[in-house]
Design a protein around this ligand. Structure first.
Ligand SMILES: Cc1cc2nc3c(=O)[nH]c(=O)nc-3n(C[C@H](O)[C@H](O)[C@H](O)COP(=O)(O)O)c2cc1C
Ligand code: SF4
Length: 648
């Protein structure tokens, strides 16, 4: 067994778990708008259960759809109508070999209320950061008692629906965290003030929930062990709360961190935050309780998950996004085929910013375009065709392996000496290690497929006539955008890709032109090079620096740049390159010279359309995908590539 600690069976209360891997609760909005189970939801969880996970904690189910939910698609446990669907869900999970818990919670001031209903919170102070939402009103003691009853009723429904246990969501800034935290709880009654008072609601909930369930029914509690905010919950408090929870009969403590209302994006950490970043907190809690402790947070490789258990940091390891990216993660780890695991790159794009955090949409995934479509298999082709893919970036590779897996004969041509396209540049700035893992994975998939890949092979009309494809897919990608303003031929003007590739080493006074993600990541890269930099300025025409970047990644990147003294200058016009620097017009219309020894053009990339006309005129069906249509992110590139690969 390659990962002996991870695959060591264990107990959670009365439940026997076949391994130590827990699927972390994750909302996906595959439920109906009013929170009822759908076939799609069942298929999604069934795939993870069949994929070998020991314990699945089904996503947050609200105890109050009207004022305690994240909005349409949030699973509900506040109505008996939910029970039949949930029964199908729990039995599908259990039949496929996993144990099934369901998370129960209330979003408090972070919810999306029904019209004419106000949000509730321990105190009014907890402003709702989600734009356009009203501030929550302070809960009365009657509200608190109602809330406790709702949690116990929800527990009774979870029992009736056949779940093996429940988890209380007392993390991430939702209602129970709002009570636990002095930042949001300013009450002066028995539910505010001392830690014992702030934890009172949680402990009363546990007692009430135990009354609603058969004796020994496992109740797990998920806590944000630290809120990562001055004045917020700290680990010492959580140690004490965990001990109280243990005394109250809780079956396990699930140690998460942070708050969606806070500034530190640690609850669902983007790739710039180190793997295993919450493990230290899990270990602290483990040292002061004897019930099992579940660790979570960027532990999505078999190596990291194994080490967490083997080194005694936690008893169980919860994986979130790693199981979105690959439902077969656990089986592949068990079988020792780790290179085949589709990695989560912690981009937070498909699942969050273009998924459950975006209005009216559902969970997607950048590296797994099949998430949410588990029942839809990739159909084998009825007519084997010769498919020519032009371009070896992520879109080209993904469409090639998809088409080949359906039985087509696929040739992929890349004009450069290496595969990877824009991904080869994207991996170069700091904190992009996860992209390297994905890069290796894509190459592994290509190498283990039937695709013939040719490097150093530019495609011409003559080449096409010689190979005689039935269909072509143009995935030519994008090229760095040149800036055509006065003086751009100056010797001190360089392109960002030359900097990232190490062909140019900026030093002294540096100005970067273009304030999108490419420019900001280039600035980050330069700071990381440790060459002597006197000043670094990023100038942008638009008003918001790095505006298209995933918000958590953006916040961390801009903070790093500011902390390192980078001057971010939005809303400026750049007029002319000169020997002494860059002439700009500032937001107030004043012309000024930004003195610089090195000017770097990083205004992004433009579609590579060089082959459009010649190939388009050949009379062979031609599909265009990815950045050569218009430059976007990897999420769009893979989604398009997969769709085209399935259609050919
Ligand atoms: C799309 C998505 C939805 C989530 N929904 C929940 C949820 O319903 N309840 C919860 O406690 N945490 C939720 N989380 C947080 C995860 O359970 C987990 O703690 C987090 O993703 C960190 O683990 P990971 O690094 O393995 O992904 C969600 C995370 C994601 C990405
Ligand atoms: S969208 Fe990105 S962060 Fe989310 S699961 Fe997929 S790869 Fe991971």
């Amino acid at each position: 067994m390659p990962w002996p600690a991870l695959f060591q069976p264990t107990n959670l209360g009365p439940l026997r778990l076949k391994n130590r891997v827990v699927m972390a609760p994750m909302e996906n909005h595959y439920a109906t708008d009013d929170g009822l189970v759908t076939d799609r939801l069942i298929d999604y969880y069934t795939a993870r259960a069949a994929g070998g996970v020991g314990l699945i904690i089904v996503e947050l189910a609200t105890v109050d759809s009207e004022v305690g939910s994240t909005g349409p698609g949030n699973l509900t446990l506040d109505d008996d109508r939910a029970i039949p669907g949930l029964r199908l869900l729990s039995s599908a999970i259990i039949e496929h070999g996993a144990r099934a818990l369901i998370q129960i919670g209330h979003t408090g001031s972070l919810g999306v209320p029904h019209p004419n209903r106000s949000l509730i919170s321990p105190s009014v102070v907890h402003a709702n950061p989600r734009a356009g939402r009203p501030a929550a009103r302070e809960m009365t003691v009657t509200d608190i008692n109602h809330c406790i009853r709702r949690f116990s009723d929800a527990t009774a429904r979870a029992v009736a629906a056949g779940f093996d246990g429940v988890e209380i969501h007392a993390a991430h800034g939702y209602l129970i965290t709002q009570f636990l935290s002095s930042l949001s709880n300013h009450r002066t009654d028995e539910y505010g003030g001392s830690l014992a008072n702030r934890a009172r609601l949680l402990l009363e909930l546990v007692a009430a929930m135990r009354q609603s369930a058969p004796s020994g029914f496992p109740i797990v509690c998920r806590l944000s062990a630290s809120e990562f905010a001055p004045g917020g919950i700290v680990a010492e408090e959580t140690e004490q709360v965990s001990q109280w929870l243990e005394q109250s009969g809780i079956a396990a403590i699930h140690v998460s961190g942070g708050s969606y209302a806070g500034k530190e994006p640690v609850s669902i950490a983007p790739m710039a935050i180190a793997r295993g970043h919450l493990l230290g907190l899990a270990r602290r809690i483990k040292q002061c309780v004897s019930v099992p402790v579940i660790a979570v947070g960027r532990l999505g490789t078999p190596e990291d998950a194994e080490a967490a258990v083997a080194n005694g940091m936690a008893d169980l390891v919860a994986l979130g996004r790693a199981l979105i990216a690959d439902p077969e993660f656990v089986n592949k780890a068990r079988d020792g085929v780790t290179a085949a695991i589709v990695p989560c790159i912690a981009c937070n794009v498909g699942c969050l910013s273009k998924g459950v955090f975006a209005p009216n949409t559902v969970m997607h995934c950048t590296t797994n375009p099949q998430v949410g479509h588990e029942a839809r298999s990739i159909p084998p082709t009825k007519r084997r065709r010769r498919v020519l893919i032009i371009g070896g970036g992520p879109a080209g590779i993904y469409s090639a392996v998809t088409a080949a897996s359906r039985g087509h004969s696929v040739l992929l041509c890349e004009k450069e000496p290496e595969l990877g396209g824009q991904l080869n540049l994207a991996v170069l700035p700091p904190h992009k290690e996860e992209l390297r893992v994905w890069q290796r994975h894509l190459l592994h998939r290509l190498a283990t497929s039937s695709v013939e890949a040719r490097l150093n092979t530019p495609v011409t009309a003559a080449f096409v006539r010689g190979w005689r494809p039935d269909v072509m897919v143009l995935a030519a990608g994008a090229a760095p955008q040149r800036l055509d303003i006065l003086g751009s031929q100056h010797g001190n003007v360089h392109m960002f890709d030359a900097v990232l590739r190490g062909a140019v080493q900026p030093a002294g006074r540096v100005v970067i032109i273009g304030g999108g993600d490419v420019a900001c990541e280039t600035a980050d890269f330069i700071l990381n090079q440790r060459t002597p930099i006197d000043s670094l300025v990023v100038v942008r025409r638009g008003s918001r620096i790095a505006q298209d970047m995933e918000p958590m990644t953006r916040a961390l990147l801009l903070r790093r740049l500011r902390r390192n003294g980078v001057n971010l200058l939005p809303s400026a016009q750049y007029n002319e390159f000169r020997d002494e620097g860059l002439l700009i017009t500032d937001p107030d219309g004043r012309k000024m010279l930004l003195r610089a020894d090195c000017l770097i053009v990083a205004t992004g990339v433009v579609p590579d359309r060089t082959l459009d006309e010649s190939l388009g005129a050949m009379g062979i069906p031609l599909q265009r995908i990815g950045d050569c249509v218009s430059p976007r992110g990897f999420y769009e590139a893979v989604a398009e590539a997969f769709a085209v690969g399935c259609e050919l």
